[in-house]
Design a protein around this ligand. Structure first.
Ligand code: ADP
Length: 268
């Protein structure tokens, strides 16, 4: 009997460990499936522009394009090459994020300053689309990696312009609430149907495939944003009404003492 009494907890522990092992095996299998799906999606997304590029180039090579149309065809090839470039760029960023090989969060980054510089970089796009971009609020610093914070705000503001209409606007409001820095990127655009609010953060998910591709979307932007927010210890929430507009709300933890007030983005 004594032996049984001693064995019981031991058996329970073995049971518990077996359960944990099974759970881990399931998680590894899930990650493996996701990895495989992602690779096949990437190959698929690469094939389309590549087919267009080789198709047009072959026509030109064989002298089948009217010399007058040369520029037009070169332009189409250039556009597809740009789409491939964006895709490769986004895939690289995501894989670096997956491996957390994106550098240390050792800089004090002012979200307000980054939002302003991103809006400046996007001026020709917003002008072309007839959408105005306004940055409001005040400085708010997080401990971060500058390239990643830029990428995060770039994708959100770019989407706000892309899924908008002429005369619309994108408003970025940066501030501090009780818990820490907060950024709200709101637009007056097409909106996202309620049932897709979670899905938009998935890799290659698009609400409107043709609009996304037409305007140079890779389908990876919001997946990168979500990863980057989580990397900075923050959270992201989407609020949207179809036909009225969309807001993404990002909340970050308060930065601890040391680097507060110094800003890598402004150098001050
Ligand atoms: P994409 O490169 O296609 O823009 P994202 O990952 O950035 O990919 O976004 C995923 C999808 O979510 C987009 O294809 C679009 O349908 C939708 N979406 C993203 N941002 C907005 C927005 N601000 N307003 C409306 N729809 C949006």
């Amino acid at each position: 009997n004594e032996i049984y009494e001693e064995m019981d907890p031991l058996l329970e522990r073995i049971d518990e460990q077996q359960r944990m092992l099974k759970q881990q095996t399931r998680e590894i299998a899930r990650a493996e499936t996701m990895r495989r799906d992602f690779s096949s999606n990437v190959s698929h997304e690469m094939k389309t522009p590549l087919q267009v590029i080789s198709g047009y180039a072959e026509l030109m090579k064989n002298g089948l394009v009217d010399p007058e149309d040369n520029r037009k065809f070169a332009g189409l090839i250039y556009e597809e090459a740009q789409a491939m470039r964006s895709l490769i760029n986004d895939v690289l960023i995501l894989s670096r994020l997956d491996e957390a090989a994106v550098g240390d969060r050792d800089q004090a980054i002012d979200l307000y300053a980054v939002a302003q510089s991103v809006a400046n970089r996007l001026v020709s796009f917003s002008d072309a689309e007839g959408v105005s971009v306004v940055i409001e609020g005040e400085s708010a610093c997080i401990a971060g990696t500058d390239t990643l914070v830029e990428e995060m705000l770039y994708n959100l503001i770019e989407n706000g312009i892309r899924y908008n209409h002429e005369g619309g606007s994108v408003t970025v409001k940066v501030g501090n609430d009780g818990a820490g820095p907060i950024v709200r990127v709101s637009d007056t655009g097409v909106g996202i149907p309620e049932e897709m609010h979670d899905k938009v953060f998935e890799r290659f998910f698009r609400v409107d495939k043709s609009r996304s591709k037409e305007t140079g979307g890779t389908g990876l932007g919001l997946a990168i944003v979500k990863h980057a927010v989580m990397y900075h210890g923050g959270s992201i929430e989407v609020k949207s009404k179809l036909g009225e507009g969309t807001s993404f709300i990002l909340r970050f933890p308060e930065m601890d003492g040391g680097a507060r007030g110094r800003s890598a983005a402004t150098g001050r």
